[in-house]
Design a protein around this ligand. Structure first.
Ligand code: FAD
Ligand code: PYC
Length: 417
């Protein structure tokens, strides 16, 4: 039921678009394409869009086992920010924010990007020191971030409880004003419509079951639930399922998959002006344009491919939210859901060529890849088109887990894992 209604909604949204029937109505796959992208989440669709727009490659199939945007792209809490510690991260997340700022116009689709500010709360001395280190590093990289005292944090977000007697009192906050939120499924639909317009095939209900290689080991295509499809280049952009697909190609990935959950409240009038996150108490919150409070939790402690996480994780998150924002204690929750996130040892993504000719991988965004969607698709398209990384993703290699050039963003990831 749920699958059908989301699919129907997406089709409805496309109807206003001239010519949508041609590529959108789940075309029969051709026997061969120049490029196959596995996964029609935001990153896969953005990759196809930039391949077509910036590299003139339009003979592309995006293969999706479910429906477009039905993975983590349509399940996340939509927080966008670029306040990470290292230069590589500043490069990619700022590239993304620059693209977010013009994306509604570029796609001619309202993705509802709203730069209302992301405030990250700090609850102990160590938190404060780490946050201030991030603020200084961010500023050196041209990323806006500022320190707020508890009273300033409350001015910015009036529902915040800054009582000293709270179990985890707010001792300060880091505020990135340029951060914010966007409507997640609109991002998938906007990229899909624009890519489809340039001739890209978006093929749903088409699960990749195998990766085909020739005698020399190079990629020749994929086996799918709708038959074999040939291509000399295959980009895997399958988030929590990356290990399964890369296993099909014989590549072992430094990834673990975990459930991550979120939930929304009943809709209420505008009451919450910004995005607030707390790594220490494992909670983050904003208010959607529909009026629902959008609340996210930490990952489960155990690896799993289940899109449902433990109830105790949600309970813990709601307790933390009620302590930080006592006025929400009597709100009713409408629904909760989970996604499967793929986590690397250094909590940074892999956006790279692989040891197999013609096989490329974009994964490891863990709990935080929504914010990167446009930047990631843009540089991954460059990597596939030119068979070499863009300078922005040059550091996000697979080799770093062998040579030790890690980009350790565990503290900036902001969500417990
Ligand atoms: P997805 O959207 O998951 O797309 C991958 C697609 O691949 C899926 O549609 C899947 O069905 C498909 N697929 C898998 N296997 C196959 C196969 N064999 N054949 C064909 N298709 C296949 N990030 C943020 O920046 N901010 C946030 O606030 C945030 N909150 C989050 C909250 C939750 C609850 C969750 C789960 C994630 C959150 N994230 C957040 C992370 C973010 O959602 C992801 O990093 C990002 O959406 C990944 O996008 P993607 O396109 O790579 O993956
Ligand atoms: O990366 O900002 C983030 C995030 C928020 C919630 C989940 N991930």
């Amino acid at each position: 039921m749920r699958k059908f209604s989301v699919f129907a909604l997406a089709k409805e949204a496309m109807k206003s678009h001239k010519g949508w029937e041609k590529q959108w109505d789940n075309p029969e796959p051709r026997s061969s394409y120049d490029v196959i992208i596995v996964g029609a989440g935001g990153h896969g669709l953005a990759t196809a869009y930039y391949l077509a727009k910036e590299h003139g490659i339009t003979n592309i199939a995006v293969l999706e086992k479910g429906w477009l945007g039905g993975g983590n792209t349509g399940r996340n809490t939509t927080i966008i920010r670029s306040n990470y510690l290292y230069d590589e991260s500043a490069g990619i997340y700022n590239h993304a924010i620059n693209l977010w700022e013009g994306l509604s116009q570029e796609l001619n689709y309202n993705i509802m990007f709203s730069q209302r500010g992301v405030m990250m709360l700090q609850h102990n001395v160590h938190d404060c020191q780490v946050a201030q280190r991030h603020i200084h590093a961010n500023r050196l990289n041209g990323v806006d971030n500022q320190w707020l005292a508890p009273e300033e944090a409350k001015d910015f977000c009036p529902p915040l409880n800054i009582s000293r007697s709270a179990r985890y009192p707010v001792m300060g906050a880091a505020l990135q004003r340029r951060g914010g939120v966007a409507r997640h499924d609109a991002v998938a639909w906007g990229y899909a419509r624009a890519a489809s317009d340039m001739g890209v095939h978006i093929i749903q209900q088409c699960e990749v079951l195998g990766v085909k290689r020739d005698a020399k080991g190079a990629v020749t295509g994929v086996d799918t639930s709708r038959g074999a499809i040939n291509a000399k280049k295959v980009g895997v952009v399958a988030a929590g399922h990356t290990t399964q697909i890369m296993d099909m190609a014989g590549v072992r990935m430094p990834l673990e998959s975990y459930p991550l959950q979120a939930l929304v409240s009943e809709p209420v009038k505008p009451v919450f002006p910004c995005v607030v996150m707390s790594n220490t108490v494992h909670a983050y919150i904003s208010q959607s344009d529909k009026g629902e409070l959008v609340i996210g939790a930490g990952t489960d402690q155990y690896t799993s491919f289940s899109q449902t996480g433990g109830l105790h994780i949600l309970t813990h998150t709601l307790e933390a939210i009620c302590e930080l924002f006592p006025m929400f204690a009597r709100m009713k929750m409408l629904r909760s859901w989970g996604g499967i996130v793929d986590v690397t040892p250094d909590r940074s993504p892999i956006l790279a060529k692989t040891p197999i000719k013609g096989l490329y991988v974009n994964c490891g965004w863990g709990t935080g890849g929504f914010k990167a969607t446009p930047g990631s698709g843009n540089v991954f398209a460059h990597t596939i088109a030119n068979d070499e990384p863009h300078k922005i993703n040059a550091g996000f290699t697979l080799e770093r887990f062998r040579n030790g050039r890690l980009i350790d963003e565990a503290a900036a990831a902001a969500v417990a894992h």
